[in-house]
Design a protein around this ligand. Sequence first.
Ligand SMILES: [Zn+2]
Length: 280
Amino acid sequence: MAIEQSNCIRRFVRTCTDGWEQGWHERNGGNLTYRMSPEDVQVCEPYFSLDAGDHDHQWHDLGVTAANMAGQFFITTGSGKFMRKVSVDLEGCVGIVEINAKGDAWRIVWGLRGGGRPTSEFPTHVMNHSVRAEATNGANRVIYHAHCPNVIALSTLIEPDARTWSRILWKSMTECIIIYPEGVGVVPWMVPGGADIAKATCELMKKYQACVWTQHGLFVSGDTFDNAFGLMHTIEKSAGLYLSACAANGGNPPTKLISDEQLRDVCKAFHVSPNEDFLD
Ligand SMILES: [Zn+2]
């Protein structure tokens, strides 16, 4: 078997391709990381290499410390790499990275051939893996960032406020509140790739599975690739429906959004507890 046939790599590649096909990843936009299970590591380990020549094999400072991520292995997209190319140049675009025993440094053990580096958002991803693992008792394994066009467009029209966003998204499509009953977090416009946006996102991801990055895109988490991708897709679709309805109504907000009472009825039927701060 080649490493390409392992479940974790196949699912990683599929997610990158799906995101590209949705139109979420212009040029090198977006990034994806997956925290491998012990079984994933066992399957992929025979392909790991620490020989110079295949890839950069030195330890590098992570810039942050994530103690609960010590010794973990991540599959990651590469810095400056294109999601569009992942399925045709896996080893050039994607790598497997090990975190050291202190949780403050990384090294490449597979892939990112030819001097590639993990995504420039790698420290942000690891910090958010740390927070989401804590919040979900270790269940969370995927962190995914994409430039979803409807979310970006909506963020040019409404306030960067979690209550406003969550209500619009919940009220534009019936099943949204089942998928993210806590709502979505919203990070106001910030310079990407820096420590500030990483910290602001981590703070919100203690409470939310997903965060809007104003005029930039979405940042989501999940236990599986399917759930992380599905969450991204659901939020993006709901934002698009709201925008279409506004356009069809002459630029005015839609008049027949789902009511608060109806949202409560959905929650009751599906046994989920909504964030009461966001309901009237
Ligand atoms: Zn981005």
